[in-house]
Design a protein around this ligand. Structure first.
Ligand code: HEC
Length: 222
C-alpha cells in the first residue's frame, strides 16, 4: 500500500517535472531567441569613452586635476609599489629607490641606488620628474624607458595615475602645482564662439553677434 503511495508521488513528481521542462522547451520553440549582434546595451557615447583609453589620452591638466585628486586613494594604490619602494624620508633603497620627494627630483639620482643605464640615459635628457613625465613613465615603465629595471607594469588608469602622483607630491615635494588651464574649465565650443564675438570691435558686426559679444563681455567686466 505504502509502495503504491510512493509510486503515485514519484509519478506525479515526474509528470510535473516533464511539464516544467517541456514548457521551457516549448517556449523556446515558439519564441525563437535571436541573440543580439552586439552584446550589452547600446549607449552611443560609451564606445567613444572606452576607446579613448591610454592610447589617445587627452593631456592631463595638472593644475585642475591635482587639487581635486583623491590623495588617500593614491596612498592606497601604492601598496602595489611597496615591495620595491620605500615612501618614507630616509627609508632607503629596496629593489627600487626611495620615492619620498621623487616629484621634482632628478631622475636616477637617489643615493645608493644602482639605476639601469636606460634610466640614466633618460636622466641625461630629463632634469626633473615632473607630473607629465611621471605619468608617462607609470603608464608603462618598460615602454617609456627602454631597459628600465622597474619590472612593474602599469598604472593604466588615468585617475589612478593622478591620485598616485598627487600622493607622491605630498611626500616632501617642492615642485609647484601649475595654475589650471583656463580652456579646460569651459566647454571648448562656447569659448571658441565667444572669443571672436567679444574680441571683435562692434563696428560692422551683425546685431546678434554684438549682443552675444556684449553678453559674453559683461561678466568679465565685474
Ligand atoms: C618590482 C619592483 C618595483 C615595483 C613593484 C615598482 N617599482 Fe618603481 N622602480 C623599481 C626600480 C628597480 C626602479 C629603478 C629603475 C631603473 O633604474 O631603471 C624604479 C624606479 C621608479 C621611479 C623613478 C625613481 C627615480 O629615482 O628616478 C619611480 C617614480 C617609480 N619607480 C615609481 C613607482 C611606483 C609609483 C610604483 C607603484 C605604482 C612602482 N614604482 C612600482 C622597481 C619597482
Amino acid at each position: 500500500m505504502s509502495g503504491l503511495g510512493f509510486n503515485k508521488i514519484a509519478g506525479a513528481t515526474l509528470a510535473t517535472l516533464l511539464v516544467i521542462f517541456g514548457l521551457g522547451e516549448l517556449t523556446n520553440i515558439i519564441f525563437k531567441y535571436e541573440p543580439p549582434a552586439k552584446q550589452g546595451y547600446a549607449i552611443a557615447v560609451a564606445a567613444d569613452a572606452s576607446d579613448a583609453g591610454p592610447v589617445v589620452e587627452a593631456p592631463i591638466d595638472w593644475g585642475t586635476e591635482l587639487p581635486k585628486a583623491d590623495v588617500a586613494a593614491g596612498q592606497a594604490f601604492v601598496a602595489k609599489c611597496q615591495s620595491c619602494h620605500n615612501f618614507a624620508a630616509g627609508g632607503g633603497v629596496i629593489t627600487g629607490p626611495d620615492l619620498y620627494g621623487v616629484v621634482g627630483r632628478k631622475p636616477g639620482a637617489f643615493p645608493g641606488m644602482a639605476y639601469s643605464s636606460g634610466m640614466l640615459a633618460f636622466a641625461a635628457k630629463q632634469p626633473v620628474w615632473d607630473y607629465d613625465h611621471l605619468s608617462d613613465f607609470l603608464t608603462n615603465p618598460q615602454k617609456y624607458i627602454d631597459g628600465t629595471k622597474m619590472t612593474f607594469c602599469c598604472v593604466k588608469q588615468r585617475q589612478d595615475r593622478i591620485n598616485v602622483i598627487a600622493y607622491l607630491h605630498t611626500l616632501g615635494s617642492n615642485l609647484p602645482i601649475p595654475a589650471p588651464k583656463p580652456v579646460a574649465a569651459a566647454p571648448a565650443p562656447a569659448a571658441a564662439s565667444g572669443a571672436p564675438a567679444s574680441g571683435a570691435p562692434a563696428s560692422g558686426a551683425p546685431a546678434a553677434a554684438t549682443a552675444a559679444g556684449s553678453a559674453a563681455a559683461a561678466p568679465a567686466k565685474k
